[in-house]
Design a protein around this ligand. Sequence first.
Ligand SMILES: [Zn+2]
Length: 190
Amino acid sequence: MTKAIQPKPSMTTRSQWGATSPSCTLPNLAKSSVTQIIVHHCASNNTSVTNRTENQHQKWLQDYFKSIGYCDLAYHFNIGKSGTILEGNPSNKVGYHAGNANSYSIGVSVHGNYEDRTFTATQETRLINLLAWLCYEFNLEPSKIVGHRDVSATACPGKNIYGRLPSIRTSVVAKLYPNGPQPFFEPKEM
Ligand SMILES: [Zn+2]
């Protein structure tokens, strides 16, 4: 089934939030090798997230991950507290967000800790737009959108996001297939 074209959503670029260069050479992530999109929260202290701008928190994340020895920000894309999409690790390079799954996945992470924090309607809409575009770009079905806890022993992305994932997948399906499923015909032996 052909997917409807999904425009790239507007997002804050690395240079706009003040990214520094990767501190080492990141391995390439071929488009054809991507089979999953993994949704995370960054689990940062919610008071700190509230007190920083979205750009400041994105830069804080990059500085943090570099300080523990990573080349760059661990996730490929982030959603800020107000719903802004921000570029993270370059999407044609392997990220550092899900252990063994790094080599075949794109990581999307929402700023804050969603065991406690509320996931807002604006954040959810922007996440849906981002996921629909990623499914289109990487030719993936929405069933390939998973939570971090589906692939690792972790609470990530927090219950307030994880509980929304079935509805988020349904919204992504509606964007990719606006005319609904095509008629189904039983296979016929010739
Ligand atoms: Zn995670």
